[in-house]
Design a protein around this ligand. Structure first.
Ligand code: DSN
Length: 415
């Protein structure tokens, strides 16, 4: 519940209030393993619910189109300064509404329609906006893809170089939505330099790990870095673009006025709060624990006989291949939800099944780590998952696991 608004909301709109309360209970009694989700702090949620939601602020600090910007200018400057300090960036644009609009702005800023781009293919863990055909990025640009190697299931940088030399992209995008291994940003930067391409790193998934020192940073070498603010970074829903000074003007003009109107200043205030929270030793410890938890969860899943794509993880994310168990990812995700464990079905590299019912599930440890769960708890979660996959069609058994999960979760209050 948006704490300070609870009473008013209950009175004004009991129907919505009940759904929000129910969502609070759902988030509390389930083990949330969706790799892109987290629990924002109470302070972040309070800023999100602030009266800045009432304000229009087209433009940038010191250069707005409407009056009344004393506080919005201050808030946006703080958000930009904190983002630059946290990531060591020259320039930050904190106005993108989310990750996809941030990426769209980068295409707009750096490319002409029809220019060639090279990104990770969606079936291998890339994002829709990295050139996939159903997105603007695959429709309006000449998109090419790299994937992962068949044997090790990791990015083969020699192969990326070979493709880059062949297609001569104007922009290379690295970063992923479902890749469990460290991304070698230096290798990508070397390749981009060799072929004269811009390098864009989309760190939406790993931004919190980068900020917390648990994954190498691309900021030094990439021309532009995009991210969401709500995944491992644990802020409000939103997007952000970091870039070298030479691209600052083009990026800012792409976000506004080219693609967006008024920024969501309440979200920007909340992002500023989250950047402040992330610039602490406590957050560094959190980021390390996210990675430790993922590794322990992965080991425990392997001990339970499950196969992990690439044989493990270096970050917050695990891709589980259910093919050896002859279980579809969709059936597994539905059964896990009945057991109180929330994941998403996910394609695995070289998947033989369709994207809506793929061969894998994707798990992440950002949210459970925020709740305070540690390595021992990961082993317990792996057991719950193993039990669920053993009783896929047994609703009684799944209900019993859900009760155990709820009791387990009750020891970890929501932030
Ligand atoms: N929906 C996000 C994710 O789950 O990874 C990517 O946009």
């Amino acid at each position: 519940m948006p704490d300070q608004l609870g009473t008013a909301l209950r009175q004004t709109d009991p129907e919505i209030f009940e759904h929000l309360e129910s969502e609070d209970r759902r988030q509390g009694r389930t083990i949330r393993l969706i790799a892109s989700e987290n629990y924002a702090s109470r302070a972040v949620r309070q800023a999100t619910a602030s009266r800045l939601t009432n304000k229009y602020s087209e433009g940038y600090p010191g250069r707005r189109y409407y009056q009344g910007q004393q506080e919005t200018d201050a808030v946006e400057n703080i958000a930009r300064d904190r983002a630059c300090a946290l990531f060591g960036a020259d320039h930050a644009n904190v106005q993108p509404y989310s990750g996809s609009p941030a990426n769209l702005a980068v295409y707009y800023a750096l490319l002409e329609l029809g220019d060639s781009v090279l990104g990770m293919g969606l079936p291998f863990g890339g994002h829709l906006t990295h050139g996939w055909k159903v997105s603007f990025s695959g429709r309006f640009y000449d998109a090419h893809h790299y994937g992962v190697s068949r044997d090790a299931e990791v990015i083969d940088y020699d192969e990326v170089r070979r493709i880059a030399k062949e297609v001569e992209p104007k922009m290379i995008i690295c970063g992923a939505s479902a890749y469990p291994r460290t991304i070698d940003f230096d290798a990508f930067a070397d390749i981009a330099e060799e072929v004269g391409a811009y390098l864009v790193a989309d760190i939406a998934h790993i931004a919190g790990l980068v900020a917390g020192g648990a994954h190498p940073s691309p900021v030094e070498r990439a021309d532009v870095v995009t991210t969401t603010t709500h995944k491992t970074l644990r802020g409000p829903r939103g997007g952000m673009i970091l870039c070298k000074e030479e691209h600052a003007r083009a990026i800012d003009r792409a976000v506004f006025p080219a693609l967006q109107g008024g920024p969501h200043m309440n979200a920007i205030a909340a992002a500023a709060v989250a950047f402040g929270e992330a610039d602490t030793d406590e957050f560094k410890a959190y980021a390390q624990q996210v990675v430790t938890n993922a590794r322990i969860l992965g080991q425990a899943m392997e001990e339970a006989g499950l196969r992990l794509v690439s044989g493990g993880t270096d970050n917050h994310l695990l891709l589980v291949d259910l093919t050896p168990r002859d279980i579809g990812g969709r059936d597994a995700a539905i059964a896990l939800e009945k057991a109180g464990i929330i994941v998403n079905a996910n394609s695995i590299p070289f998947d033989q099944r369709k994207p809506f019912d793929p061969s894998g599930i994707r798990l992440g440890t950002a949210a459970v780590t925020t709740r305070g769960m540690d390595g021992e708890d990961m082993k317990q979660i792996a057991q719950f998952i193993g039990q669920t996959l053993d009783h896929l069609d047994d609703d009684d058994q799944l209900g019993r696991i859900a009760s155990d999960v709820e009791e387990f979760c009750s020891a970890f209050p929501l932030p």
